[in-house]
Design a protein. Sequence first.
Length: 148
Amino acid sequence: MRVHVASLTPTIVAVVVASIATACGSSSTPTTPSPAAAPTVSFSQRIQVEILTPSCTSCHTDEGRTPAAGLNLKSGSAHSNLVGVSSSGKPGAVRVIPGNPSGSYLVQKLEGAPDIVGLRMPRNGPPFLTDAQVALIRQWIQNGAPNN
Ligand code: HEC
């Protein structure tokens, strides 16, 4: 009897491990979007109008003041102040790297990443941007950060 129990134990463990692996695999499959199917995000219509102008241009504008951090986010200036431009606050960081949302300093500042210089943006938050707003900015950067 002892021999039979001992030889069954590894089989039971293997079956349990296999079921967990199967459950994890099937639950994650439909929630992972393909980059090729990514929707186009309009910078001028969505990012500028819905996020940058209302939440950022009280400080990041050249109208009546010097833009905070030398970053002008008003309409017509924001794209050229962001894409491929070095950070004024963190050496080596780039504000927006097309195709690389997580590597873009703009995203790190909005998410309050642990290694940013200064504070999480918007600097007068909370409230900070919603998850959906940050996801939209991430999507635009993933799309190549077009000036569309
Ligand atoms: C209340 C004023 C204020 C608001 C509102 C604000 N910022 Fe800032 N921002 C600053 C200041 C001051 C700095 C520099 C100090 C710091 O980083 O904390 C800065 C720095 C930054 C930087 C880093 C720039 C660099 O080159 O290193 C980014 C990116 C940024 N802000 C994005 C935003 C975005 C996007 C918004 C809107 C969602 C926003 N900020 C809203 C004041 C503000």
